[in-house]
Design a protein around this ligand. Sequence first.
Ligand SMILES: Nc1ncnc2c1ncn2[C@@H]1O[C@H](COP(=O)(O)OP(=O)(O)OP(=O)(O)O)[C@@H](O)[C@H]1O
Ligand SMILES: [Mg+2]
Length: 368
Amino acid sequence: MKIKSIALKNFRNYDYQKLELDDKLNIIIGDNAQGKTNLLEALYVCGFGKSFRTNKDSDLINFEEETTTVKIEIEQENGYEQAIEYRINQKNKKEFLVNGVNITKISELLGTINLVLFYPDDLKLIKDSPQERRKFINRELSHISRIYCLDIIEYNRILIQRNELLKKIFYQPAFKETLDIWDEQLALKGAKIIVKRMSFVGLLNDISHEIHKNITSQTENLSINYITSVKNLTNYDTIKGDLMAGLKKNQESDIKRGFTSVGPHRDDIDIKINGINIKSFGSQGQQRTAALSLKLSEIEIIKREVGEYPILLLDDVMSELDHKRQRDLIYTLKNVQTIITTTDVKNLLDDYINASKLIQVKNGSIQS
Ligand SMILES: Nc1ncnc2c1ncn2[C@@H]1O[C@H](COP(=O)(O)OP(=O)(O)OP(=O)(O)O)[C@@H](O)[C@H]1O
Ligand SMILES: [Mg+2]
């Protein structure tokens, strides 16, 4: 799948702008605050129906205007062409059209075009709390499994209810009678989630290990492991049994603390390079490369699921990789349409620059 062109009207700091994209590499160059990330954001909204940096759709409209319109043309590998268009007005109302037909649910939009974005915030995946890594796994898995997505929603609903009950029991111990019922429910869904996550992390480990080797000239071994309080991971029943036992064992302390201390909502993934945990011991470049390897794995997983490579958007990441890693990356991405931003083309490898369409952005305008 490739994006042929994008047209923006009153999007962020752009007035009217049309841009044709190269099938392979595109580099958006410009000083700070000129509109590079805005351009990626305009594309991202076509794929996900919302921005990655604001929840308020009207933020996307130029300060001086009432509405914004973005239109992109895409082409699938079989030559099939499609157009996605969206309009947003100041009342936060948005409309999406695929080939001119209005779509009512964002879920109908998902999958029309597959995009993978890597931007500086993605380092959180490595550096921040387990919550960020769980969010990553949940998002990735929800993409490829609707059942998982529903299981997570249901699990969280049960968890909220159990936590509310714990607080009630603290003041009125008689409520404790019903706690076992919630433990059973939670363990039932929780075990399903752990089974799916374990198999997904296994796949992610295989793919990202390979990619990471390729972008570090075979010098680094990346490994990812699922970390859970469950000891017996043999199958669904043993996981469920372990979860039940853990919940029961911690009932008293959970009541004191007012929250549930055992279950997949507390799990994590451990990310290592050459056997060493990189959250604590990795260099910045290693952390960035590892985050990138995980993101690039997403490309491979989408390719396996839908049969076509998605489009890769890289915001401000290339220039922070040394030239050797950049060279390895070009090779890894040879079949993927890539759009990258940078403030200084000097930081980029010549091979990159020569193979790319260069797009200069200045003050919300593309210089031709
Ligand atoms: N709704 C809007 N209307 C007009 N201008 C906006 C709007 N939202 C953001 N801007 C402006 O867009 C400018 C460019 O933003 P963008 O994030 O694309 O910069 P950038 O080129 O990626 O810069 P950097 O290299 O610092 O990341 C900012 O100066 C910001 O003030
Ligand atoms: Mg930017």
